[in-house]
Every structure is written in structure tokens, then in C-alpha cells.
Design a protein around this ligand. Structure first.
Ligand SMILES: [Zn+2]
Length: 289
């Protein structure tokens, strides 16, 4: 699916504002002034789309939490929903159902076949809207806003719908939202494997790698269109750590480079390229623990 223009512009805006030095400079600052105005316009246009989508979602589905069921049979076509039309909550939900079904189908074969571990699906998939009420707790911890997570003790996947998944879906595309689910599903698969990485960068990169291996399977089924992998890559990249984050930080997810590399390794090499986590290759320029 083609990338939506606002995202491309927003991404450029981020790069420019982070001081990469691509701007034509001027001593009186006039070009920068114009650019800033343009960037503000882009930002508010994207934000407005997201706000509209969130408002529509709330109008179509009441309640602050809910669950998304898998579909009865694999529907990989459901991932292909980029229509460049106004946000449609039913279509969004159908996409998530298709992604979850595809993930279950893929891992039900890949986990035993490639990694020798028995497969079982996560117990449930839940969404929440922090502004309207608390999400599901995990081990006594509240569900975080603007995030998604896999809860090992409850064996479920949950995500902030209005603060994370709908914005990703609207701004970056349906496969960016799919990547979030695939990454969390990767954590669920980790829980079923004997060798576990400690929470932190290796376990996060392994989840990215598992997401990449699933993306390849979807690609091989012909269910991706041009731009989908870029959407996943942008989702990976937008969630990178700030430079300077120590790899020993349990909150670390990896740099943009490390994360895109792990995703690509899974895409190229399948689950065996992800497990056990190849620390020496993934932790670029860092001493592996
Ligand atoms: Zn993660």
C-alpha cells in the first residue's frame, strides 16, 4: 500500500527538527521561519486525522476496554485494507482480526516446526482507552498509556487503542499497526520457548525479529502490497530508543538501526535467525552481556 503523504512529511519534519543539518540555512532565519510554519501545518493536519479517527472509533464502539477476536479462518487479505479513505472503525477492526488470525496460523506451524516448542495462542487480545478508564492490569501493574504489551502472567496481549494503535494505523498505515501486534505476539512466543532473554534489549530485538519472520510469510502469501514493509520499518524506527540509552537498561528496545536489523534478520532468515538471540550480531558497537 502506498505511504500516506502526511507521514512522509511528518517523518521529514522529525528529521529536520532533530538537527540533521539538511536545511538551507540563512543568517536572518527566514527560510527556517517558513519551514516551521509548514511543519506546524503538517503536524496539525496529521493530528486532526488522528483526532477524527479516534472520535469516530468512540462513536462506533462504546466502552473503555474490549477484546478483538480472531477470525474463524485465515484471512490474509484483510491486511490489505489501505484505501486512502476516511477512517472506518469496522475496517480497522477487521484488519486487526486478520492480522491476529494470520499470526496464530503462522506460529502454530513455525513454533513447533522451526523452534521445536509447542504452540498455543494467547488467551485474549484486549484494547483499552486510558482517557476513559484503566486498561487490564498485568501482575498488579496498570496498563501503560500510548503503549502495547504482552502480559506473561495472564498470557494476553493488550494495546492502547486511541493513544497508540489507531494513531499508527491512521498516520503510518495498517501494516504499522500490524507490526505492533506482531511484535507483542513475538513476546508471547518467547514465553513458550525454553531459553528466555531477560527483559531488555535482546528480548525486544528478538520480538522484532519474530515479527519480521511473520512479515516474510505474509509477503510470501502475496498478502502485502508495496509500502507495507516500509510501514513496518517506520513503526520500528519511530519506537527506537533515544541515543545514549544503555543496552543494559531493562526499558531499552534498541536503536533504530538495531531494531530494523533484527526485523530484517527475521524477514530474511525466519525464526531460527531470531532464536537463540544472536547477541553479538544485534548489539552493534556494544559489549554483549
Ligand atoms: Zn516489546
Amino acid at each position: 500500500m502506498p505511504l500516506r503523504r502526511p507521514l512522509v512529511l511528518a517523518l521529514c519534519a522529525t528529521l529536520l527538527l532533530s538537527g540533521c543539518g539538511l536545511l538551507p540555512g540563512s543568517s536572518d532565519g527566514t527560510p527556517r521561519q517558513h519551514l516551521r510554519q509548514a511543519l506546524d501545518d503538517v503536524r496539525s493536519a496529521v493530528q486532526k486525522q488522528i483526532d477524527d479517527a479516534v472520535a469516530k472509533a468512540k462513536a462506533q464502539q462504546s466502552g473503555d476496554t474490549g477484546t478483538v477476536d480472531r477470525q474463524g479462518s485465515p484471512q490474509v487479505d484483510a491486511i490489505r485494507t489501505d484505501t486512502n479513505t476516511a477512517f472506518d472503525y469496522a475496517e480497522y477492526t477487521k484488519t486487526l482480526q486478520g492480522v491476529l488470525t494470520s499470526l496464530e496460523t503462522y506460529w502454530s506451524t513455525a513454533l513447533p516446526g522451526q523452534l521445536g516448542a509447542p504452540f498455543s495462542a494467547p488467551k485474549r487480545y484486549s484494547y483499552y482507552r486510558p482517557e476513559d478508564g484503566p486498561g487490564p492490569t498485568c501482575g498488579g501493574e496498570p496498563a501503560p498509556a500510548k503503549n502495547a504489551f504482552y502480559c506473561p502472567s495472564g498470557d494476553f496481549i493488550a494495546w492502547d487503542e486511541t493513544g497508540l494503535l489507531i494513531p499508527y494505523y491512521v498516520q503510518a498505515g495498517d501494516f504499522a499497526a500490524a507490526f505492533v501486534l506482531a511484535h507483542e505476539f513475538g513476546h508471547a512466543m518467547q514465553a513458550r520457548l525454553p531459553k528466555k532473554e531477560a527483559p531488555g534489549i535482546l528480548s525486544e530485538l528478538q520480538a522484532d525479529c519474530f515479527a519480521g519472520s511473520w512479515a516474510r510469510a505474509v509477503q510470501d502469501q502475496g498478502a502485502l502490497s508495496a509500502g507495507d514493509l516500509d510501514e513496518a520499518t517506520l513503526a520500528v524506527f519511530s519506537a527506537r530508543d533515544v541515543p545514549g540509552t544503555k543496552f543494559t537498561d531493562p526499558q531499552a528496545h534498541g536503536s533504530g538501526f538495531e531494531r530494523t536489523r533484527a526485523f530484517s534478520d527475521g524477514y530474511e532468515g525466519g525464526p531460527k535467525a531470531c532464536y537463540p538471540a544472536p547477541a553479538q550480531e544485534w548489539l552493534v558497537g556494544q559489549t554483549a552481556p
